[in-house]
Design a protein around this ligand. Structure first.
Ligand code: FDM
Ligand code: MG
Length: 211
């Protein structure tokens, strides 16, 4: 009975390239956890619902142009503006399943050639995830999956560079799941990883991201 005790919720992040299956898997995982009686919410970054999020959304749709460092800081600000709510949800016992987080921030901006340390710096002090699940799909395979939606970063050469940067960000909180396996198999892996994580972190204090 994951999460039915009185401990804090878990911060579970899904990362991966565009078309890696993250969004579908987040939704499936969320409904599974809810079905288990676990208090959980699905979040995503960018959160396009805020003022900052609307600027990001316009940029991604190529409706506006922004300097590379400026958009990087907006993505970070979009996480900062949600930090207080995130903390209160987690401390109140709600698990958050988050589609993209700071790792997207660094991998995508670094793929443009920005310095990695510079990219990491503005996210220091955000809440550190308890678990990062990386859905590993070859950029070529992801591109075959019904094509991209036409947003700014949805090009195979760029996604290849993003994949390299994701690779260099992997640390002990990461679990890599082969995203090319059948959907149900991926789903099963995610259920197990998330359930274990939720149980293990109930009594652990929240920590901040330090990289
Ligand atoms: N993206 C996402 C970034 O470049 N930086 C970030 O900090 C985040 C959270 O935005 F191409 C990129 C990744 C992706 C695009 O994301 C929109 P969704 O998940 O497709 O909405
Ligand atoms: Mg996308």
């Amino acid at each position: 009975d994951a999460g039915s005790k009185s401990g804090r919720g878990a911060l579970v992040v899904l990362e991966g390239l565009d078309r890696s299956g993250k969004s579908s898997q987040c939704a499936r995982l969320l409904s599974y956890l809810e079905g288990q009686g676990c208090r959980a919410e699905g979040w995503r970054f960018p959160d396009r619902g805020t003022c900052v999020g609307q600027m990001i959304s316009a940029y991604l749709a190529n409706e506006s142009q922004l300097d590379d460092r400026t958009i990087h800081l907006l993505f970070s600000a979009n996480r900062w503006e949600k930090r207080a709510l995130m903390e209160s949800k987690l401390l109140g016992g709600t698990t958050l399943i988050v589609d993209r987080y700071s790792y997207s921030g660094v991998a995508f901006s670094a793929a443009k050639g920005l310095d990695i340390q510079w990219c990491k710096a503005p996210d220091v002090g955000l809440i550190a995830p308890d678990l990062v699940i990386y859905l590993d799909v070859q950029p070529e395979k992801a591109a075959e999956r019904g094509g991209y939606g036409g947003e700014r970063y949805e090009k195979i050469e760029f996604q290849k560079r993003v994949a390299d940067h994701y690779h260099s960000l992997r640390d002990s909180t990461w679990k890599v799941v082969d995203g090319s396996l059948p959907m149900e198999t991926v789903e099963e892996h995610l259920r197990e990883l998330a359930t274990n994580c939720i149980q293990e972190c109930q009594e652990k204090p929240l920590t901040n991201l330090t990289w």
